[in-house]
Design a binder for this molecule. Structure first.
Ligand code: ASP
Length: 333
């Protein structure tokens, strides 16, 4: 299943977003709308969370076939804060292991009146495949698909950048590390490029660069010093060993020496640059604790924004489906 087919499949006949499978194909206005709504839902630690009833009466099922902490918990909190019922299935020990197909699991949950499936999988194609088979009132949200796509992470990254540094068109953003295996790098880059980022740099060893022809519009750098020079935003990524056939060839100590984001090499970026990381972090490999916990770090703000972005996505998708149902009802009546 190609990324393009995900971009087409995620809309209903009227062109409304019914699923969120990828950020490919979303317009600048659609991204701005989601970011503005997310901003409305942002509350900082110490405040009461934003709540409303946009998902009242709805049921959201989290189906994660790969480990997740931040994304799974934030989807759960987001759905609950919008008034939904939420079920979390541990798919690593679920029916798929017992031989039930994923579609049987989906149909079973659909029969229990689940309205939204939030899915993460190590293989490409599952969210799009499921979205093509669910009932018309049901939506699928991609919570991480292989190395390809992690749309809500892309949105929360851009929201964080916008809050800290203003409009992205004035900014130089450097994404550093294992880009090749990173769905975060792909989705965040897509959002930044659609929003007209000033400059996007993909900074990695040649062996961890994206495939040739991918992410046109970004510049590739194979030197950390060159890649972060004068940057406004530096985002570090971990080595994603689980997606490498030859993981043993990447030695963490060598990687740290050449690609680790340290206070020293951050001095080459702008003095007011921010540092980001999608988590989970490997301290002392792609980033030092000094940087991760330092004044320039926006890493916890990313986590806070993750809940707000997922609230915005859930509220938007469910509203779109409601609109579609009303129109379908009118046509039938
Ligand atoms: N949590 C992010 C993801 O699911 C980043 C990572 O795992 O390194 O892709």
């Amino acid at each position: 299943m190609s990324i393009e087919s995900g971009a087409e499949l995620q809309r209903d006949q009227a062109g409304r977003l019914r699923h969120l499978l990828t950020l490919e194909g979303l317009t600048r206005d659609e991204l701005q709308h989601l970011l503005d709504l997310a901003q409305f839902y942002v509350r900082v630690p110490g405040e009461l969370p934003a709540r409303d009833q946009s998902l009242w009466g709805r049921t959201v099922a989290n189906l994660f076939f790969e480990p997740s902490t931040r994304t799974r918990v934030s989807f759960e909190l987001a759905a609950k804060r919008l008034g939904a019922d939420v079920v979390n299935l541990d798919m690593q020990s679920s029916s798929r292991v017992k031989g039930e197909t994923v579609l049987d699991t989906i149909y079973t949950l659909q029969a229990m009146l689940v309205d939204v499936f939030v899915m993460r999988d190590a293989e490409p194609g599952l969210p799009a495949y499921v979205s093509a088979h669910v009932a018309p009132h049901v939506s699928v949200l991609n919570a991480g698909e292989a190395h390809l796509s992690h749309p809500t992470q892309g949105l929360l990254d851009v929201l964080t950048i916008r809050q800290r540094k203003g409009e992205v068109r004035n900014l130089s953003v450097a994404i550093v590390g294992d880009i090749r295996h990173s769905r975060v790098a792909r989705s965040t880059s897509r959002a930044l490029l659609t929003l007209g980022v000033g400059e996007l740099r993909l900074v990695s060893p040649a062996s961890l660069a994206p495939e040739p022809g991918e992410l046109e519009g970004a510049r590739r750098h194979h030197s950390l010093a060159e890649g972060v020079a004068g940057a406004d935003v530096v985002m570090a990524l971990r080595i994603q060993r689980e997606r490498m056939a030859d993981a043993d060839t990447v030695d963490p100590e060598t990687f740290y020496r050449e690609w680790g984001v340290t206070a020293e090499n951050l001095r080459g970026a702008r003095p007011d640059a921010i540092v980001m990381h999608p988590g989970p972090m490997n301290r002392g490999v792609e980033i030092t604790s000094e940087v991760a916990d330092g004044a320039q770090s926006a890493i916890r703000q990313q986590v806070t924004n993750g809940v707000a972005v997922r609230m915005a996505v859930l509220a938007t998708i469910v509203r779109n489906v409601q609109e579609r149902n009303v129109e379908a009802g009118r046509r039938a009546g």
